[in-house]
Write a protein that binds this ligand. Structure first.
Ligand code: GLU
Length: 445
């Protein structure tokens, strides 16, 4: 009997025992080093946005990262050059073709996307190469920061990748002959082989996926590896192109940005939720780990993780609309008690983003309950306000004030205090009582 553990580990354990016996698929054998992999190896790892780690099976067994490196080197290229410049060289369209196909755009010769070999080779070539920081050093450093530990290269795998890599070399020469390869094809492909030969474990890959899911910040150590916008761009390309010619079906059924690798690694990211990785070297004809596919698909179904399944639907934002008279604590003091009317209070909670701010503004816009003269927004239980929500609330409050409604905000952290673009700042107070007292005060005439 296994010891009682948490629900996430139990879920991983259940997947492991359900699929460990599946022995369909083939081990990649285009180089002897990969053919040596243990067909029974099977590991799963999941890392949450708080950096909690869960794993089962062979989650610490090392293997080479192969194509799972592609989204992370794409992230590095986007960080260094920006999306517009990278897109001049590599497109972002699903190719619907195998990983090593000649997927080049008619007319320009641009590879279809950075997840297939052609696009990955160009992406690698875009990484600056200086005498102080050679290209591969930058790549290894970046992959290591995503993983949260220093990674290294399996030199034997690298040597045989380089020995047998004629198709990738041919691809690189072909790309240069049609235009878009900013460096010598041989140099580009050698670096690409090295990047494919970086050694990782399923736990490392889960950390890398979790960093993308966490907006570019490694949840294990807080390191900002790439900008939030870059993490979102990479996840978008993983969602549409990460599984080669099986990408559409994967997005339809599993619904998570993912990337597979020929050595048996597979990652999936639940944006703002988790990073997940599996290791099992038996591959289906599309080059994806058979057990990994089954395990991630089943986990997604079981926990309702499909991206299109109410993405990030927050809980209730507006917890109540009451009037000041319902408050347990009356505003203190003689002068306040002489106030002329009551205030409607809109109480918000949690993290406020676009969706949540819309709810709050809708509640503020409700006609004032009879007998009230003012409206007070209570932010005491709000944990975070993003810049979009902040701007929406400021302008919404300004509009109410312009309509002649007296408004005040209980905002102890002063998150709305700064004036908006129009220079108008809402009246903010440290406590709800002060906000109500101000909003219902007798106007000085
Ligand atoms: N090293 C492999 C290649 O470029 C990686 C392919 C993969 O993992 O899908 O052929």
């Amino acid at each position: 009997m296994s010891a009682a553990t948490d629900a996430v580990t139990e879920a991983l354990r259940d997947l492991h025992s359900r699929f460990a016996g599946v022995d369909e698929g083939e081990i990649a054998d285009y180089i002897p080093q990969l053919a040596l992999a243990d067909p029974d190896a099977f590991g799963l790892a999941l890392i949450s946005m708080d950096g909690h780690r869960y794993s089962i099976g062979d989650a610490e067994v090392p293997f080479t990262i192969q194509s799972v490196s592609k989204p992370f080197v794409y992230a590095l290229a986007l960080s260094v050059l920006g999306l517009d410049e990278v897109s001049r060289w590599v497109n972002a369209e699903p190719s619907g073709e195998a990983f090593n196909a000649i997927s080049l755009e008619r007319g320009t010769g641009r590879p279809d996307n950075a997840m297939v070999n052609a696009g990955a080779i160009v992406t690698t070539a875009l990484i600056p190469d200086t005498s102080r920081t050679p290209r591969f050093e930058r790549i290894l450093d970046c992959l290591s920061r995503f993983a949260g530990r220093m990674l290294d290269v399996d030199e034997q795998v690298y040597a045989s990748e380089a020995y047998t890599g004629d198709r990738n070399r041919a691809l690189a020469y072909l790309i240069r002959s049609t235009g878009p390869l900013p460096v010598d094809p041989v140099a580009a492909v050698e670096t690409y082989f090295r990047q494919c030969s970086v050694r990782v474990t399923a736990m490392d890959l889960a950390a890398m996926a979790a960093t993308l899911a966490h907006g570019g910040v490694n949840p294990l150590n807080g390191d900002r590896v790439v900008a939030e916008s870059v993490a979102a761009q990479v996840l978008a390309v993983m969602a549409t192109c990460g599984m080669y010619d099986a990408s559409g079906d994967w997005l339809l059924r599993v619904g998570l940005p993912a990337k597979s690798g020929v050595s048996g690694g597979l990652i999936a990211a639940g944006p703002a939720r988790f990073g997940l990785a599996t290791y099992s070297p038996l591959l289906d004809p599309a080059g994806t780990s058979v057990r990994g596919h089954l395990a991630i698909g089943s986990l997604s179904q079981r926990f309702g993780l499909h991206l299109m399944n109410n993405p990030a639907l927050p809980g209730s934002t507006v917890t109540g609309v009451t009037t000041a008279e319902d408050l347990p604590v009356e505003p203190a003091g003689e002068r306040e008690s002489a106030r002329r009317g009551r205030a409607a209070i809109v109480t918000a909670q949690g993290a406020l983003d676009f969706t949540a701010a819309e709810r709050v503004l809708h509640a503020l816009d409700e006609p004032e309950p009879e007998g009230t003269v003012a409206v007070v927004l209570d932010l005491l239980r709000v944990t975070d306000i993003d810049t979009v929500a902040r701007a929406m609330l400021r302008s919404g409050l300004a509009r109410l004030a312009a309509d002649g409604r007296r408004t005040a905000v209980a905002d102890p952290d002063g998150r709305l205090r700064e004036p908006g673009e129009d220079g108008v700042a809402p009246h903010c107070f440290a406590t709800l009582e002060q906000a109500v007292a101000w909003a219902t005060r007798e106007p000085a005439d």
